[in-house]
Design a protein around this ligand. Structure first.
Ligand code: GLA
Length: 355
């Protein structure tokens, strides 16, 4: 298709944002803890121009569909265009001095949807970046992430933290993005040259389980209340007093978060020390905790993780919000072709992606 074919003129601005894979630190972001994702090559691109007919027109290449609207009222049916409406709503609400201009929007994306690699955050971040360029508002990247989170929370209405928006807005391809989600301080850490990460698609669509994500979110909020702390992410492992929590299920959920935070800190050290074996072990521990304590995995996903390790990966785990989507494996570069040959006997090449 292309912008020009749809709108018969050239776009005024074009901005992109990438998807991410979280290497370690799951469900720790909204409890003020640590995460360490990295950007993927998959990206979402937004092109914009002025619409002279006083309406907003949005074309999605993926859905091969155009939506036209005049207001920013969210649809009843969770339509894909709600994300664009939400970005427009949040942006114009924040920058009230800007004279509202109607726009033509074109969305193209290489990101597989609903696989736990944050396609929605990349969509919001790229849209806000495009609005920022178009209206010359000079919003910095951190604030773009904050606004993108506002779109997903306040407008779309999904629970979640700020990891995806931060890495999508600020991250650099080829570097790990270590983030303290409480104060939004981050570090870009280099990967040692002999490390390689690879994704395998479980094909279980994550979105179908978004209610389970919210259940976990709420369970962690109960843990914070009963422990009488503002953020579970601030609780150190040796200060975690599970006796204060009344439900055994909530104890398990909270234990995942407290131990996971500790693993993220150790994982960052491993990157700095080039300790690939220990990093791999931490990924496996992280997956076990995510699967057993947090109960956010599925049998299919657990099987992929086990097979990947049997085939020679040093670590593997489910990445993202849980309940399906992609797994991520860590492999030594010189063992990669051997690992690939073996894993490819179980999964076709279309399901395996090199990071
Ligand atoms: C989703 C959310 C993130 C984070 C992860 C789990 O991707 O959008 O904020 O909570 O799940 O780590």
């Amino acid at each position: 298709m292309g912008f020009e074919n749809v709108y018969n003129h050239k776009a005024a601005v074009k901005e992109s944002a990438n998807a991410r894979v979280n290497l370690i630190g799951e469900h720790t972001d909204y409890t003020g803890g640590y995460v360490m994702p990295t950007l993927l090559g998959f990206k979402n691109t937004i092109e914009l121009s002025r619409n002279k007919e006083s309406k907003f027109e949005v074309f999605s290449e993926h859905f091969n569909e155009k939506k036209i609207f005049n207001d920013f009222i969210k649809s009843q049916s969770n339509d894909w265009s709600d994300y664009i409406k939400g970005c427009l709503f949040v942006y114009f609400d924040e920058y009230k001095k800007i004279k509202l201009e109607h726009l033509n929007v074109y969305i193209s994306s290489s990101i597989p949807l609903e696989r736990g690699i944050s396609s929605s955050s990349a969509l919001c971040v790229s849209t806000l970046k495009a609005l920022n360029s178009y209206f010359h508002t000079q919003i910095d990247e951190k604030h773009i992430a904050i606004l993108a989170k506002k779109v997903e929370h306040d407008y779309i209405g999904v629970s979640g933290g700020i990891m995806d928006q931060m890495v999508s807005s600020i991250g650099i391809h080829g570097k790990a993005f270590f983030l303290d989600c409480l104060n939004l301080k981050y570090e870009l850490v280099n990967f040692p040259s002999n490390w390689k990460f690879c994704l395998i698609d479980s094909e279980v669509q994550r979105n179908l389980r978004s209610s389970s994500y919210n259940d976990r979110f709420n369970e962690l909020k109960i843990a914070e209340k009963e422990l009488d702390v503002e953020y579970l992410g601030g609780v150190e492992l040796n200060k975690f007093d599970s006796d204060k929590i009344s439900s055994p299920t909530v104890i398990k959920r909270a234990r995942h978060v407290v131990t996971e935070n500790n693993r993220v800190l150790k994982a960052k050290e491993c990157l700095l020390q080039d300790d690939i074996k220990q990093f791999g072990k931490l990924m496996i521990e992280s997956h076990n905790s995510y699967s057993k304590d947090f109960e956010a995995s599925t049998n299919d996903v657990d099987e992929i993780v086990e097979r990947s390790i049997q085939c020679g990966a040093l670590g593997a785990r489910l990445t993202g919000g849980g309940f399906g989507g992609f797994t991520v494996s860590l492999i030594e570069k010189n063992k990669f072709s051997n690992w690939y040959k073996k894993i490819n006997q179980y999964y076709p090449a279309e399901k395996i992606f090199e990071v």
